[in-house]
Design a protein around this ligand. Structure first.
Ligand SMILES: O=C(O)Cc1cc(O)ccc1O
Ligand SMILES: [Fe+2]
Length: 436
């Protein structure tokens, strides 16, 4: 069997949301219909729907999977026994303080943990049962999942590796994802995460709402931001293997376990537009001001999940990548601001321009609805006096998960020693400089 071959060179199918088609055996994919009376090679046909059957064509996401056994061939679910108290799902029942919050990175695990065992929720927003909002988790792991398989019924997973690469073995095939890249796994898709290079750390956004999609470009035109062609989908690859395996599932905020006598990654061919994908963030075509003023960060939106109100996102995934700053007569870092939207941030590498100290790779910050924030004292002083020659921001890759829903830090996040209790002091020295 072919569970894990880390040396394998993976090739991908390109194009965001295309009606992709791929087969691991010649002729495995039925032609001209989705559900023939008999599928080639004795495979079973199974439709995998990520949107309602009746969703408008432009939003409809579904794939047809041709597999060795249909997904119904599995054991009954019972609660997963290990302690699950570190994994939380919105809505949270405890109070949410308006404080500006920041955390140091999670240390790598000192005992064996795979990615599911190493998950810890830092914040949630909205309500998973109502299918809006998100969970923000941090992960660390030092062991491959191997023959433990998983799917999340509560949301789509956006994985942001910060250290170490992930080999995602999914029903649709394999994706190798490294820091600086992201991967998105549709709600409900079964997968296992292996660690080809050892210990890993990263962020995980569990999107309870509408599937992530590319934002509109408006007057920018037909190109730019994240270009559709740079999103990569797996080629079909199947595991034909039997044994005493387990299938974990996150459903309505709890983890369940079912026994399964075979690898559920047994899809030999698939076609459709709902599948996992990856994207190299360095491909992002950055737009910015070439005259004056610091633009809104929405120009850096990679992917967005709509809410029911146009222009008000359930979730925007935004990055702050290397780029040139040329704006004249402008305070170039982010302005001081208060925002109706709530902002969770992480740092993949380097230094973020608004916070040169204390916000470190693997760390996190949260500026909730209407909580004030902006450059720390040192950045303000420097940027107010800097000579405004063109400057390349490099060695930097921060991201933001911005939501219309209040982002509620978990109890763990509020109580952990990783929380920087002195965070607010980074603005303390901003003096009155009023000269009437
Ligand atoms: O708060 C932050 O650091 C994120 C952010 C960056 C920016 O350039 C403008 C607004 C904004 O919220
Ligand atoms: Fe902000």
């Amino acid at each position: 069997m072919n569970t894990v071959n880390h040396d394998i060179q993976l090739s991908y199918l390109n194009g965001f949301g295309n009606e992709h088609e791929t087969e691991a055996l010649p002729g495995a994919l039925p032609r001209g219909r989705f559900s023939p009376q008999q599928v080639p090679y004795g495979l079973y046909a199974e439709q995998f729907s990520s949107t309602a059957f009746t969703a408008p064509r432009a939003h409809n996401r579904r794939s047809w999977l041709y597999r060795i056994r249909p997904s119904v061939v599995q054991g009954d679910y019972s609660p997963w026994q290990p302690d699950q108290s570190r994994i939380c799902t919105g809505p949270a029942a405890h109070p949410t303080p308006p404080n500006m919050l920041r955390w140091d990175p999670l240390p790598l695990p000192d005992s064996d943990a795979d990615l599911i065992e190493g998950l810890i929720t830092i914040a949630t927003c909205g309500d998973a049962h109502a299918q809006h909002g998100m969970g923000v988790h941090l992960y660390t792991a030092n062991r491959s999942m191997g023959q433990r398989f998983f799917y999340c019924a509560d949301g789509e997973w956006l994985l942001l590796p910060q250290q170490g690469s992930l080999l995602l073995r999914t029903e649709c095939g394999r994706l190798l994802v490294q820091p600086g890249e992201i991967a998105v796994i549709p709600r409900g898709m079964k997968f296992a995460v292996d660690l080809p290079e050892g210990p890993v750390r990263g962020y995980l956004c569990e999107n309870y709402g509408a599937p992530l999609t590319l934002p509109e470009r408006g007057p920018v035109g037909a190109n730019g931001f994240a270009n559709d062609r740079d999103f990569q989908y797996p080629q079909a690859a199947y595991e034909d293997v039997e044994g005493d395996f387990e299938l974990l599932c996150k459903f309505a905020g709890h983890l369940y376990r079912a026994e399964i006598g075979h690898s559920p990654l047994d899809v030999v061919a698939w076609t459709g537009n709902s599948a996992p994908y990856k994207y190299d963030l360095s491909r992002f075509n950055v737009m910015g001001s070439v005259s004056y003023d610091h633009p809104d960060p929405s120009i850096y939106t990679v992917l967005t999940s709509a809410s029911d109100t146009a222009g008000v996102a359930n979730l925007d995934f935004v990055i702050f990548p290397p780029r040139w700053m040329v704006a004249e007569d402008t305070f170039r870092p982010p302005w001081y601001h208060r925002n109706v939207m709530s902002e969770f941030m992480g740092l993949i590498e380097g230094v973020y321009d608004a916070k040169e100290q204390g916000f470190v790779p693997g760390g996190s910050s949260l500026h909730n609805c209407m909580s004030p924030h902006g450059p720390e004292l040192g950045v303000f002083e420097k940027a107010s006096k800097a000579e405004l020659t063109p400057e390349r921001y490099q060695n930097t890759l921060a991201f933001m998960l911005e939501s219309r829903y209040l982002i509620q830090p978990t109890r763990w996040a509020l109580e952990t020693g990783l929380r920087q209790r002195d965070y607010v002091h980074c603005w303390e020295g901003l003096q009155k400089q009023f000269q009437p």
